[in-house]
Design a protein around this ligand. Structure first.
Ligand code: 13P
Length: 251
């Protein structure tokens, strides 16, 4: 049985003071909810304090990016080993902002995914189409290519140790959430494509939806049969919103 999951992606937001205020409220709001999985993905400098804040709670934590390399002369990069030192169980790889703004292509994303898995960290692999690609009716092709790069490098079995997040780029930070059925169609496409390679893995694969998920639309999205929760940007910075979204996944 797939377990619902909600992960917050703070992106480049926060401060020690703000994080404490946010997490205190989120911890209190999620106390005792153990059916769904909850995760917070924070900027690197805060991982130590987040580990302290969350270690005896029902909320796991992770990073938003990681190097594909193990160690060496890679100025400014952070390795999987370093994330492990701070108790990260998850890392987002291939977020569309990394792809669009920092030149990460499908191959680099696949290498990061592999590096995370080798370290025992669960990658949250982001896929999704831009508005132009949707309008050109190549959504499925784009997503298939994004997934194929990972499967070619790591094998379909690796998906049993990962989470996929479908994040249509046109829905990220725009307030234009995909309609539940629109998202469901893509989630079903992803799951059925993987089922052709390995039905058991497809059945257990957690596929999150991301893109303007809010407290007032989360329940409808999470009610769809192939939507297993959400990857939440802006609303993960507002305690009451994030807690409501997590509660929607819990029911
Ligand atoms: P928003 O929830 O702010 O649209 O961001 C989604 C996202 O990019 C999560 O990774």
């Amino acid at each position: 049985m797939r377990r619902k999951m909600v992960a917050g992606n703070w992106k480049m937001h926060g401060s020690l003071v703000e994080n404490k205020r946010l997490l205190d409220a989120v911890i209190a709001g999620l106390d005792g909810l153990n059916e769904a999985r909850f995760v917070v993905c924070a900027p690197y400098p805060y991982l130590s304090s987040i580990q302290n804040a969350l270690q005896s709670t029902n909320i796991a934590w992770g990073a938003q990016n990681v190097s594909q390399f193990e160690k060496g002369a890679y100025t400014g990069e952070v390795s999987t080993t370093m994330l492990k030192d701070f108790g990260c169980r998850y890392v987002i790889v291939g977020h569309s902002e990394r792809r669009a703004l920092f030149g990460e292509n499908n191959f680099i994303v696949a290498e990061k995914y592999l590096a995370a898995q080798r370290a025992g960290i669960t990658p949250i692999l982001c896929v999704g189409e831009t508005l132009e690609q949707r309008e050109a009716e190549i959504t499925e092709q784009v997503i298939e290519e994004q997934l194929a790069a990972v499967i070619e490098l790591t094998g379909v079995e690796s998906l049993s140790q990962s989470v996929i997040a479908y994040e249509p780029v046109w829905a990220i930070g725009t307030g234009k959430t995909a309609l539940p059925q629109q998202a469901q169609d893509v989630h079903a496409f992803i799951r059925s494509g993987i089922a052709k390679k390995n039905a058991a893995i497809a059945k257990e694969l957690v596929i999150l939806y991301g893109g303007s998920v809010k407290a007032n639309n989360a329940a409808d999205l999470f009610a769809m049969p192939d939507i297993d929760g959400g990857l939440i940007g802006g609303a993960s910075l507002v305690a009451s919103e994030f807690v409501s979204i997590c509660r929607a996944a819990h029911h």
